[in-house]
Design a protein around this ligand. Sequence first.
Ligand SMILES: *Cc1c(COP(=O)(O)O)cnc(C)c1O
Length: 394
Amino acid sequence: MVEQDYLLLAPGPVQLHPRVREILAEPMIHHRTPEFDKILQRVLMNLKKVFETQQNVFIHTSTGSGGMESLLVNTLKKNDNVLAIVGGKFGERWAQMAKAYGCHVDEIKVPWGEKFSAKTMLPFLAQKSYAAVLCQATETSCASAFPIAEIGQTIKSYPQTLFLVDGITAVGAYDLPMDQLGIDGLVAGSQKAFMIPAGLSFVSLSQKAWKVCETNPTPRYYFDLRLEAVANKKGETHFSSPVSLIKALDFVLMEYNRVGLQNLHQQIHRRAEMTRYFVKLLGLKLYSQMPSDSVTAILLPDFLDGQKIRQDLENQFKISIMGGQDQAKGKILRVGHMGFIQDSDMLNFFSSLMLVLEKAHQLNQKPNGDFVIDELKRKNILKEMQTWQQKKIF
Ligand SMILES: *Cc1c(COP(=O)(O)O)cnc(C)c1O
C-alpha cells in the first residue's frame, strides 16, 4: 500500500484507517446482490446507534451539503418562516439554502466564536410561528459547539416548530443523542467523524418531522426520503449504491461497535483536550468561547500570519491543517481531531507547530513579550506533552 506521506489533521476530510484504504481498493460487487444487501442492512442498523435514534437513518450519495438540502426539502415549503442560528460559514450556507427554496428566514447572527444562549431565541419564537429552527451542532468555520440540548429544550415548547441540526462535524465525534435532545432532523457527513472519503450524507427525521415530510408539497426527487424509505424496506437504496464507500462505512461502524461509542468520543475528546492544553502552554488562546471537541481553532497573535504558518507546516513538516475562512482568514489555525490519528501524530504536530511559530516569531519585526518560545520553554512543553501521552486511557 502507498504510504501516507503527510499528516492530515483537517476537520474533514480526515485520515483514513489502513483497512478502509484496502476496502476502497477491492474489486467491485453489484449493489443488487444478497452480499451487498446484507452489508447495507447492517450499515443502516449501525447508523441508528451512532445517531442514537429509534428512527431510520437514510443514506444519500452526496456531500454533507446535499444532506442539509435534503432535510430542508423534505420538511419545509415555500413561505415557511425559518429561524436560522448563524454562527459561521455553514450557518450562512444553510440559511441561504432555505431562502433558495422560498422560505422567509430570520437570522440570529452569532459573532464568530462567541457564546450563544438559547434564551436569545425567545423574543423571535414569541413573535411568530416558525416551521423550523436551523443550527450547526459544531460550526466548523470557528470551531464552536452550539448548546444543542438547551436549544432543543427551548424548542420543545413550540409544537409546530421542527429543530433541524447540522451535525456534520458532531455526529460520531461527540455525544449528540438525537431522540433525547429533541432533534427533529439530523444530518451527518462521511468525511468527518465517519472517517471515509467525502460522498455520503446521512439524514434522519423524528416522527414529528416524518409526518410533515409525508405531506410536504415541496417538489423533490433525488432527495425524496419517502422513495428512499420504500427502497430501504426492500433492503436496497433507491438509486445505485456507492458500494465501495458503503463497504468502508460498514467497517468503520463495526469498529465503532467494537470500541464502543463512548470510548470513541473519549478518544476525540482527549485529542481536543491535549490540543487545548498545548495552546495554553504556548501562551496562545482559543478562538472560540464554546470550543468543540471535533475541531480546535487556535487564535494567533496579530503579528503572525496564519496563512504563512499553515503553509510552512505543510512545506517543512508535511502536516496539513486548515487556516481560517472569511473574517478569520490569516488569524486562526484549525486542527481537526477526527479520523485515524495516533498520539505520535499529535506530538509530531505540536513540536512542528512550535518550531514554525518560533521561526515566525524570530523573523518578526516587533516581537511580543508574551509570546516567546525559547529553548527552555520548548523543552518544557515537549516534556509536558510526553507526560500527557503517558496518561493514555486506552
Ligand atoms: C463539512 C461541513 C459541511 C458539509 O460540507 P460538504 O463539503 O458539503 O461535505 C456542512 N456543515 C458543516 C458544519 C461542516 O463541517
